[in-house]
Design a protein around this ligand. Structure first.
Ligand code: SAM
Ligand code: SF4
Length: 352
């Protein structure tokens, strides 16, 4: 059956739950939403985008704060309890603290975590405003502690600012934990880089996480042999500083986290290629231009922006969301040779 409302054709949902929390056809509960608030970036990480950048979305294609707020409220009503703002580089979005301040009160409706993923360069200036707006968690991307190599990865000379940004966060205990994410690429990431980053998590109360390189680079240069498995990285660190797995971790978490016997912080491994965690995936994504994606590797999307701008009410949007979530992909096929199809957008355009 098909119903028409506000000019949008919405298929009645056969077999798809129309109430209760968001669930997909494999029985996975969807709790975690990543919202990209811009596709632009001031870095050019080699594993993410080309030196010249990408063709950015026009301003009017990007969701306004009002639209993000409206959709976030709806998602939280549908059981989303974690929202992470990302991009592109989310700190480039003007008045970001105002957006955080709008979303933070969703805590009263069940939002447990409001976080930000950033390259960190603007944190020295923004940290106080982000903290007072109600940000509760942060992930800062940092792949090396070596100046020259930092430039080689990001094509920017900004290591000092990122380190200062991390340090500025330490003044705000309401933002916790401070996570630091490094993408490891075989052929680039060296033992010295790994140990220096792990050493940072021994000296500082950070959760240092190593992420395997995924085929989401805009240039399509990813090769299997560039994947540096998390287990290899763990063995390198463990040989220097013995690690103990932290018991009782959330099974839907992407990372497995370890404790040093004598460090302030922890170290985690996100191994989407060598140890896929699709079976417990509880994540969906909203792109900066309002497209709902149910997998990083989705080849199609559900447009929420156009219906919203054409007058759809929350019931219409809820139907579209439930339908898209129900059809969430079972798993990625990175390790399945010919069966693997690249995602329809690259990481910075999706919102990692
Ligand atoms: N610009 C922000 C940043 O770098 O933190 C947020 C957006 S960025 C796309 C989100 C995360 O995706 C970062 O931690 C980045 O390192 C990671 N990333 C980008 N390209 C990747 C790839 N091809 N494989 C794995 N992780 C990637
Ligand atoms: Fe920008 Fe983040 Fe991509 Fe680096 S990883 S180019 S900082 S979006």
């Amino acid at each position: 059956m098909v119903s028409e409302s506000a000019g949008i054709i919405v298929h009645e949902l056969s077999g798809i739950p129309t109430t209760g929390p968001l669930v997909d056809s494999f029985g996975r509960l969807i709790r975690n939403l990543r919202i990209s608030i811009t596709d632009r970036c001031n870095f050019r990480c080699t594993y993410c985008m080309p030196e010249e950048g990408l063709e950015w979305l026009p301003n009017d294609a990007i969701l306004t704060f009002e639209e993000i707020d409206r959709l976030s409220r709806l998602f939280v009503r549908l059981g989303i309890n974690e929202i992470r703002l990302t991009g592109g580089e989310p700190t480039l979005r003007r008045d970001l603290p105002d957006l955080i301040a709008r979303l933070a009160p969703l805590e009263a409706d069940g939002l447990k975590s409001l976080s930000l993923t950033t390259n960190g360069i603007l944190l020295p200036r923004l940290a106080p405003a982000l903290a007072s707006a109600g940000l509760t968690r942060i992930n800062v991307s940092l792949d090396t502690l070596d100046q020259k190599r930092f430039w080689q990865v990001t094509r920017r000379d900004a290591l000092d600012q990122v380190m200062a940004g991390l340090e500025s966060l330490e003044a705000y205990p309401t933002i916790t934990p401070i996570k630091v994410n490094a993408v490891a690429v075989r052929g680039f990431t060296r033992e010295e880089d790994i140990l220096a980053l792990a050493g940072l998590a021994r000296r500082k109360p950070y959760v240092m996480r190593f992420i395997e390189f995924m085929p989401l680079d805009a240039e399509g240069n990813w090769e299997t042999d560039q994947v540096l498995p998390g287990d290899e990285i763990r063995a390198i660190i463990n040989a220097q500083w013995p690690l103990d797995v932290i018991p009782g971790q959330d099974p839907s978490s992407t990372a497995v986290t370890y404790r040093f016997s004598d460090g302030l912080g922890d170290v985690g491994f996100i191994n989407p290629v060598t140890q896929p965690f699709c079976r417990t995936c509880d994540r969906i994504r909203l792109t900066a231009d309002g497209q709902l994606r149910t997998c990083l590797f989705s080849v199609d999307e559900t447009d929420l922006k156009s219906p919203m701008r054409n007058g759809a009410d929350d019931t219409d949007l809820e139907r579209l969301i439930r339908q898209a979530v129900w059809a969430k992909e079972q798993k990625h096929k990175i390790n399945e040779g010919e069966a693997f199809q690249r995602a329809s957008r690259s990481m910075s355009q999706i919102g990692g």
